[in-house]
Write a protein that binds this ligand. Structure first.
Ligand code: NDP
Ligand code: 2IT
Length: 446
């Protein structure tokens, strides 16, 4: 029987209406894999595609908590356990008003392939809630996290499912979540990563995603005989991923011309200094102020409501959120001579934007490869917890660099088109898919 890509996508859209981000993520992966799948009928015969796009389990639950005025609030909590063929479910928790089932399914789907690329035995999951920690007091955040974990506890565990942070979930939230998990289980296991240094957290977990993005960029540039030093880099976002990507870029001598947030872009034409970077980090701690507050500092201007993609740069690094870079933005970047786009965020580029980058044959590093350093160091945190020991910073950094090189190599192996062009989208999807699909084939129809 002949299988058609459009039939698969149509069936999914009918079955899961109102989940546009999930449709987008699946379309991107299947489109790049299709020529390979058509030549490999065993994947269709064993229902691999149908099984990959149906989560193994989805939990949706009520999260009731009391705000500082004594009012009862109710949010919706989720955990999407997508695929555990190669290891326990692993993936972050997102607290943001935009969280819904479609967003978490896209993130969990991406996570399956990303985790396969890390070389570690990790399955894929994602969770979160439509709760906005912005503007909430510490007490409110703590009570929300405790209510969320009271339900989530029964669905996670060190060999079952190990959540971590994502948008809106940083060290403070992980601390409260972990405290409640310990209280509920009367134990002290590694069922969460991103923990504080004094209670089982790994060194460099906070920095790992951003550092890993830059290590991956270094590998990509290397294929064209270039380096990071002196490159003009436009970064979006100013949270965990963006902050540590910028930190590593500055260490390696790049000129960082922007950071951004949900209000607009901080533009630094001469390059952000370490002091300005520190000011951004301080501003975003705790109550997460707006970058607008830094518009007055020397050498910087704030562009309200703008993304960084119309600025002149050699490298673009979207590190904020999904669909923050569309086709018009891609055209702007290409017109301005941008030669390299590396995704720190998950699915920041629309599928139309990705097509333009691939057609232009510039270096394009998809998030599932480029931002895998965070979950990789989460995997290292799990190993350290299981062994009841702690590696030093150099050991973790060496392992992270090694993993990012391995991921890059896997992309080259599966994505090299000709002497001059590596299709990293195809490379990452094919390498991640093959590993998971082989494990599913070996384990039968489950
Ligand atoms: P943070 O919450 O620390 O920071 C998010 C940043 O994105 C903030 O600057 C925020 O602005 C901005 N942002 C959020 N939503 C929007 C929006 N709708 N429009 C414009 N800007 C927005 O999250 P992280 O840095 O952890 O995550 C950023 C991205 O990286 C996400 O896509 C996440 O899934 C991905 N990622 C994260 C990993 C991690 O280890 N944390 C690992 C791999 C990927 P503001 O300050 O105004 O809220
Ligand atoms: O998108 C991601 O890879 C993360 N948010 C990190 C997940 C993790 O388990 O560390």
């Amino acid at each position: 029987m002949r299988h058609s890509l459009s039939d698969y996508l149509k069936k999914m859209q009918e079955r899961d209406a109102d989940q546009p981000e999930f449709h987008q993520a699946v379309a991107e992966v299947l489109d790049s894999l299709w020529p390979f799948l058509e030549e490999t009928p065993q994947y269709f015969e064993n229902g691999i595609i149908d099984r990959l796009i149906e989560p193994e389990r989805t939990v949706i639950f009520r999260v009731p908590w009391v705000d500082d005025d004594g009012e009862v609030r109710v949010n919706r909590g989720y955990r999407v356990q997508m695929n555990s063929a190669i290891g326990p479910y692993k993936g972050g928790l997102r607290f943001h008003p935009s969280v819904d089932l479609g967003v978490l399914k896209f993130l969990a789907f991406e996570q399956v392939f990303k985790n396969a690329l890390t070389t570690l035995p990790l399955g894929g999951a994602k969770g979160g809630a439509d709760f906005d920690p912005k503007g909430r007091s510490d007490g409110e955040v703590m009570r929300f996290c405790q209510a969320f974990m009271t339900e989530l506890t029964r669905h996670i565990g060190e060999d079952l499912d190990v959540p971590a942070g994502d948008i809106g979930v940083g060290p403070r939230e992980i601390g409260y979540l972990y405290g409640q998990y310990r209280r509920m289980t009367n134990g002290n296991t590694s069922a969460l990563t991103g923990k504080g240094q004094s209670y089982g957290g790994s060194l460099l977990r906070t920095e790992a995603t951003g550092y890993g993005v830059v290590y991956f960029t270094r590998e990509m540039l290397n294929t064209r005989g270039a380096g990071i030093e002196g490159q003009r880099v436009a970064v979006s976002g100013s949270g965990n991923v963006a902050q540590h990507a910028v930190c590593k870029l500055l260490q390696l001598g790049a000129i960082v011309v922007s950071m951004s947030d949900s209000n607009g872009t901080l533009h630094c034409p001469q390059g952000l200094s370490s002091d300005q970077w520190q000011a951004v980090v301080d501003l975003k701690k705790g109550s997460r102020g707006s970058l607008e507050e830094l518009g007055h500092i020397e050498g910087a201007e704030f562009l309200p409501g703008c993304s960084p993609w119309q600025l002149e740069c050699d490298i673009a690094m979207p590190c904020a959120t999904q669909n923050e870079l569309d086709e018009d933005d891609a055209r702007g970047l290409l017109d301005n001579g941008c030669q390299c786009v590396v995704e720190g965020a998950n699915m920041p580029s629309s599928n139309g934007a990705i097509s333009l980058f691939r057609e232009a044959r510039i270096l394009f590093g998809p998030g599932k490869a480029a931002n895998a350093g965070g979950v990789a160091v989460s995997g290292l945190e799990m190993s350290q917890n299981a062994m009841h020991l702690r590696w030093n910073e150099k050991e973790i950094d060496d392992r992270l660099q090694d993993i990012m090189q391995c991921i890059h190599q896997a992309c080259v192996q599966s994505g090299k088109q000709d002497e001059d062009y590596i299709d990293y989208v195809k490379g990452a999807n094919l390498a991640g898919f093959t590993k998971v699909a082989q494990a599913m084939l070996a384990q039968g129809v489950i």
